[in-house]
Design a protein around this ligand. Sequence first.
Ligand code: SF4
Ligand code: SF4
Length: 259
Amino acid sequence: MSATLTDPCRPMTASEKFTFSCHTEVPCFNECCRQIDLVLTPYDVLRLKKRLKLDSAAFLDRYVIVEWEEGMRFPHCFLTMVDDGKASCVFVSEQGCRVYDDRPTACRAYPAGRGASRRVDGTVSEQFVLVREPHCKGFTFGAALSVPAYFQSQGLTEYYRFNDQLLQLLQHPKVRAGFRPTRAQMQQFILALYNVDMFRRELLAGRIKLKQPLAPMESRAIASGDDKSLLLLGVRWLLEEYFGEYWCGTEYRKTAYAA
Ligand code: SF4
Ligand code: SF4
């Protein structure tokens, strides 16, 4: 499995179908869970740390490698691989993925991939690819599905709903025009989007303040441990900190409370 889009990729339209099924009987079972650069989205981390019953700081410490240097747009957070000579994923076992129900976005999407662009009106356009790697034998099994239908079957609707909220930040016009975070801003990025338990504590202690005060339902959601709301507040805080934007909040409230 590859989180980066490499040579065997080909573009797919939304209606084009491909045949694929991955299950324990495939001869290549687990082959794709090693030697990969597996990028984690903030929502991936939220699901995994909940699954493992870990505080976000402990999860980051144990399972995440943060890559960032001056001039990069934003940090990349990679899942740790094991030093077993095969660079296996930390969660793979003989029986398969140990966190299957909460596996990251890239694992769910494979062998397809999705690019998303935020338009000026706030809607998102999608581009799809299919990755055919020689070791993957899943293409000889299963029913024919379009990429969007395949993503839906893999539980990705919820993942993309939250991943796409980050586009407001990652594809902000000022980022497109050359904005690059300083080291301090990079640390804010990790705090607000990946270390959500710490972010919650800082908010509740009043050490982090948003320009627009929290609505009562948001304060309640945060105090009660609603990580999804917190993640969206993290996006809002970063927009305010980086670009001085006074975000109305309608979009994230809709997303947070639609689930
Ligand atoms: S998280 Fe699970 S599916 Fe993804 S690479 Fe690791 S073992 Fe494989
Ligand atoms: S069929 Fe493809 S996705 Fe499934 S285990 Fe084999 S290599 Fe991995």
